[in-house]
Design a protein around this ligand. Structure first.
Ligand code: S3P
Length: 425
């Protein structure tokens, strides 16, 4: 296992156009190309373990993939049965969206993942898909991977999801595209909407009315995708926090998606006192622009709304909370328990090791702002835990064990961290 150490930072300022490309958008771009006729073109695809696994699966399903090192082109041959086990690695997004895509394909498919993914709940997609006729199974009555799927014809549905999950919504939208009638999906709070934007841009008929999405079955293949993947706000956010907690520091994070369902954590950081500005530079499927973050003393905040808009950023936001004056509280975030690790436990335990007082709740936690202390921590195999606590190390120094997982989403993270302080591995 690889360990990384970071030293306290005096101050830093940099502009970066090298934040990792968006993970959610990269997964979808590769997958949705399978539904298109003609050649899809994807620029700035995230070359990290999770999304490269998705691309490999797309190849196993019969698509012709060409990669010139800069642009990836994908030409679909429909969805073909594969002799390979389809390995999603660490990615819940990959596994859950493929369930939706493959439920109606002709053939038999097996999806698996790494030791962490095999522990994560899949019933949230397998059950509603089974309800409309999908033949899906797995351990624990279809809750745990490996999952097997035998494509079947799917019935139109009217489904009200209990959780605000873009993965569940996307799996159901993909199923709806090949169902036998118009489908309606309802979610309790708007989750990230990349699927709707991208499929709509490729010619699918979707109507979105607040929390309700109506999806019409495809009458013909989709138009090919032509996309440049913007930078990932969830990856950018580590450096937003880095600048916000380090006196006299600033960063300009370029080419980031400014999709409102993705930048809520920046808004919270602003509420805490950080100096943040957004400049729109482009609009293609998504609003895209630059985010500038400058240090300012931070104060505590309560986070209890729009949780799905910042769920992935909560570990990094917790580091800002540890550096803020007062007691911050995160509520309604029980979904954190079923991410790449139980992030309520892994954040709280690691903050405690850094000398920060916390209270753990079933659906969140409180962080009492204080003085971070250098510690030796474990990432628990969770990329966002590893990166969050390395950023905390800019305050006090930090040693984090098991940092290979960072490659699942942000392979050049250490290059950028090295612009903030001295890092050794
Ligand atoms: C994702 C949706 C979110 C998020 C995950 C990526 C996506 O999960 O946490 O990292 O790409 O759809 P849920 O939809 O399960 O909340």
């Amino acid at each position: 296992m690889m360990r990384a150490c970071v030293e306290p930072s005096a101050s830093f300022a940099f502009v970066s156009d090298a934040i990792a490309p968006d993970k959610s958008i990269s997964h979808r771009a590769a997958m949705f190309s399978v539904l298109a006729e003609g050649e899809s073109r994807i620029e700035n695809f995230l070359r990290a373990e999770d999304t490269l696994n998705t691309l490999k699966i797309v190849g196993h399903l019969g698509a012709e993939i060409h990669d010139d090192g800069s642009v990836i082109t994908i030409r679909s041959n429909g969805i073909q049965e594969s002799a390979e086990i389809l390995d999603c690695g660490n990615s819940g997004t990959g596994m859950r969206l493929f369930c939706g895509l493959l439920s109606s394909a002709v053939g038999h498919f097996v999806l698996t993942g790494d030791e962490y993914l095999k522990r994560r709940p899949m019933k949230r997609v397998t059950q509603p898909l089974r309800n409309i006729g999908a033949k899906l199974d797995g351990r624990n009555d279809g809750d745990l991977a490996p999952l097997s799927i035998r494509g079947a014809s799917l019935k139109a549905f009217d489904y009200e999801s209990k959780i605000a999950s873009a993965q569940v919504k996307s799996a159901m939208i993909l199923a709806a595209l090949r169902a036998d009638g118009v489908c309606t999906y309802y979610e309790p709070e708007l989750s990230r909407d990349h699927t709707e934007r991208m499929l709509g841009g490729m010619g699918a008929h979707l109507e979105i009315n607040g929390l309700e999405t109506k999806i019409w079955p495809l009458q013909k293949p989709l138009n090919p995708l032509n996309i440049r993947v913007p930078a990932d706000p969830s990856s950018a956010f580590f450096f937003a926090v880095a600048a916000a907690i380090t006196p006299d520091s600033s960063v300009v994070l370029e080419g980031v998606t400014l999709n409102p369902t993705r930048i809520e954590a920046f808004k919270v950081l602003e509420r805490m006192g950080a100096d943040i500005t957004y400049t729109l530079t482009d609009e293609r499927y998504e609003p895209i622009g630059n985010i500038t973050v400058k240090y300012a003393p931070l104060k505590a905040v309560i986070v209890e709304k729009n949780i799905s808009w910042l769920i992935d950023e909560l570990p990094a936001l917790s580091i800002a909370m540890a550096c803020a004056e007062g007691k911050s509280i995160i509520k309604n975030a029980e979904e954190l328990r079923v991410k790449e690790s139980d992030r309520i436990k892994t954040v709280v335990d690691n903050l405690n090791l850094c000398g920060i007082e916390t209270q753990e709740y079933p659906d969140g936690y409180a962080v009492n702002g204080g003085v971070l202390r250098k510690a030796s921590l474990n990432s628990y195999g969770d990329h966002r835990i590893a990166m969050s606590f390395l950023v905390a190390g800019l305050k006090c120094g930090m040693e984090v064990e098991d940092v290979e997982c960072i490659n699942t989403s942000f392979p050049n993270f250490f290059d950028l961290l090295g612009k903030c302080s001295k890092v050794t591995r």
